[in-house]
Design a protein around this ligand. Sequence first.
Ligand SMILES: *Cc1c(COP(=O)(O)O)cnc(C)c1O
Length: 374
Amino acid sequence: MLPFIRSDLTQFAAYTPHPEASGETLPPAQWDRLDTNECPFDLPEDLKQKLAWTYQQEIEANRYPDGSHLALKQAIATYANEALADRSGFTAQHISVGNGSDELIRSLLIATCLGNGAAVFVADPTFSMYAILAQTLGIPVVRGDRTESDFAMNLETATAALCSSHSAPVRVVFVVHPNSPTGNRLTAAELDWLRQLSPEILVVVDEAYFEFSQTTLAPEVLQRPNWVILRTFSKAFRLAAHRVGYAIADPDLAAILEKVRLPYNLPAYTQAAAQVALAQRQLLLQAIPELLAERDRLQQALAAFPTLRLWPSAANFIYLRAQTEAATAQLAQTLKAQGTLIRHTGGGLRITVGTAAENRRTLERLQQILASRL
Ligand SMILES: *Cc1c(COP(=O)(O)O)cnc(C)c1O
């Protein structure tokens, strides 16, 4: 190890997207990539052409991008207001934009825990990036668990973890609504628990799958300055290639996020793409009912396999387990050998809802694998 590097970093591996496919020879287009929860459809051809035109005619490649993101923030505030009863309340001051919501997670960690001995809380299984990013910053992670019947957080152990004097004091609680990888929305009991937390604890509600679940806790932000909502353009808006996410927060918190981010964190082309996607949201989000119908079909078909245990999903993916952890791992391996990538995580399998053809292939492959085991 290089002598000037922090010793705690030696234990981490660099993040590899599609780890199941690494070292394989198939080109990306030939895999069924059902492991990262993107929308299976690319932008429509005419929107891509519009973006190409924007690049040619409007973007000066030699100039720094707009570092204030003002136009994009205004468009996001308008979109966020659509979920509010009186359709107003959020302004550009409530929004901070990141290079993916991953960047915002890191900015939140820097703004709350870095260098002051504070910890974050996550209940497993959940999105792994909170703990990974915390640990790379040397921030301790306090872990809770979930009830296996519905993957709601175990609130007793969560409360105990937050009160424990053995660990650093928890300053941030991360939840995903609906949770990844398990697909469940926050329950009324979980919401009550989050609402009764001390105002000295930041509650991060990650709504990466908002457009699929159509339930948001954004209105809470107007009453609770210690709540922040994270969303992304990487899923329903089909812009994973562009890296753009946003926070909806109290203006004081949004201002802090602006202070800790990099000055030009969002390329000009990415800002343009996000604005085009928002302006065309009716068109882009039209695919959602179709994807949800595909999800329900997939779910029903999977329910016919007696050895699989399934949970309901409010998002664009399905979570399941085989009878044993070994059988679950084997299923992921065998699917991969046939060209379907899914995510093996949290002791189960998370399968992204793909195109109708991809979903059909997934079912056929599963059928074959499970039948050959009988
Ligand atoms: C996909 C996903 C994100 C998106 O991250 P980006 O950096 O915006 O691509 C964030 N949170 C969760 C829970 C996700 O599943």
